[in-house]
Write a protein that binds this ligand. Structure first.
Ligand code: ATP
Length: 248
């Protein structure tokens, strides 16, 4: 069967503060049912790309000045983040933004705020989140601010799942976490992808782990896509091996 394109970012340019050109014509696509990695070092423009998609640049004084973003063929540039969530696209921001003073379960429930399909569907999805993240179930009555970094990352992903998304934009899930936890979180992402059909656009500096779990990838350097391909092609590419995987 032919792949179905969900997200299409077409040659976007992003400028911060009217002068700082950070994205210099970035194009990428996310296919339905896939895990797409957006790779690159610190400052390459990964977060900016995700925020351009979900319309979160305004508060940073950033602006898309060229190009277009379409979801299922429809321009989404003028859509509010809330409208985009209703369309099925939700972002998990870098740094695990949980509400510290709410419990884990209250945090998860805030993820359902755009839904109007009733309490039954929402509590079924809460059970689903607990199925994928048993740790969150154990911690459900704990105040989120007192949970570990890994639990907060799980909570942030679980919260995104509570909006019943088709696509999750996931920013740097590995950040600050021990390798074992990173592995665990990527396993869960893979399992959500396989069993729920949720597509992911995954921004990661950790090329090694990202290319083991993703199906396709795009590599950003200084605001430009310098390489793209299947995860296998990228893993086997000599430049990727040398500069991103530390192999030779
Ligand atoms: P990181 O892993 O550090 O998040 P990244 O690949 O996600 O890196 P971005 O956060 O998108 O990169 O940043 C890309 C460039 O844009 C960097 O040079 C950064 O300094 C610059 N930048 C980011 N946000 C702003 C802002 N609000 N104002 C000005 N410049 C910014």
């Amino acid at each position: 069967p032919k792949a179905e394109t969900l997200l299409e970012v077409n040659n976007i340019e992003v400028i911060y503060n009217h002068v700082i050109l950070v994205l210099k014509g970035v194009s990428l696509t996310v296919q339905k049912g896939g895990i797409t990695a957006l790779l690159g070092g610190n400052g390459a423009g990964k977060t900016t790309t995700l925020k351009a998609v979900s319309n979160l640049l305004h508060s940073e004084r950033g602006e898309v000045t060229k190009g277009s973003v379409e979801y299922r063929g429809e321009p989404v540039q003028d859509m509010s983040p809330e409208a985009l969530v209703k369309k099925g696209v939700v972002q998990v921001m870098e740094g695990r933004h949980c509400f510290e003073h709410l419990t884990v379960e209250e945090n998860l429930l805030t993820g359902a705020y755009t839904r109007n399909d009733g309490a039954g569907a929402i509590s079924a999805d809460l059970e689903k989140v607990y199925h994928y993240f048993p740790r969150l179930k154990e911690r459900r009555t704990s105040q989120a601010g007192y949970t570990s970094g890994g639990e907060q990352q799980m909570c942030a992903i679980g919260r995104a799942l509570m909006s019943n998304p088709e696509t999750i934009l996931l920013d740097e899930p590995s950040m600050g976490l021990a390798p074992q936890l990173v592995e665990q979180i990527f396993q869960i992402v893979k399992s959500v992808n396989e069993h729920e059909g949720v597509s992911f656009l995954l921004a990661e500096q950790n090329t090694n782990v990202a290319l083991r779990f993703a199906h396709t990838g795009f590599i950003l350097e200084s605001g430009r896509v310098v390489m793209e391909g299947t995860a296998k092609e990228l893993r086997e590419n000599p430049d990727v091996r040398e500069f991103y995987l530390g192999l030779s």
